[in-house]
Write a protein that binds this ligand. Structure first.
Ligand code: ZN
Length: 170
């Protein structure tokens, strides 16, 4: 994880820590930064990206609030959907791009800040089962991959009034 991003996540309380004992009885501290789920499987989780690494034109990370970063991740998720890389965390079906999706395909981007900190995409119809799914997710059981890079240099710098915790589609 990028050092500046890690420092920012620590400031925002988004890092999670756990201690385990190794074979010699020494304590090892495990650290997990925020994750993004691109699907329902344990292998579908990737590390959250540094905005500058994908050319995001918004304000610099150091001056971002959590709301600003949420806007960035929403743009990132839109790019993942456009690339055909995003599946519903609940049912695993491909998330479709577009502004006029039929009801069964409409989806939300969701930010979770519990034991697991991260962002995910879920169909409206799949939301009622999401609480159970989240209960079974533990950040230290997951081995997130490096995030795919989507070029976000062309996105409009998001307006402050954009909804921050969920982007609605359809
Ligand atoms: Zn679904």
């Amino acid at each position: 994880m990028d050092g500046e991003l890690r420092a920012w996540c620590e400031r925002e309380g988004l890092m999670r820590y756990a201690a385990i004992g190794d074979e010699g009885g020494e304590a090892i501290e495990l650290v997990r930064g925020p994750l993004v789920a691109l699907g329902p499987g344990d292998g579908d989780f990737v590390e959250a990206s540094h905005p500058a690494a994908v050319g995001y034109p918004g304000k610099p990370l150091a001056t971002m609030t959590l709301d600003d970063y949420n806007r960035f991740i929403c743009c990132w998720l839109e790019a993942a959907v456009a690339a055909g890389d995003a599946r519903c965390i609940q049912c695993g079906r491909l998330i479709l791009a577009g502004d006029d999706l039929p009801d069964p395909e409409t989806w939300d981007a969701i930010f979770v800040e519990k034991e697991l900190v991260g962002w995910m995409i879920v169909h409206f119809d799949c939301k009622k089962k999401l609480a159970k799914k989240l209960k079974g997710l533990h950040p230290f059981d997951l081995a997130p991959r490096e995030a795919p890079r989507y070029d976000l240099s062309h996105v409009e710098p998001p307006a402050e009034e954009v909804a921050t915790d969920a982007a609605e589609h359809g």
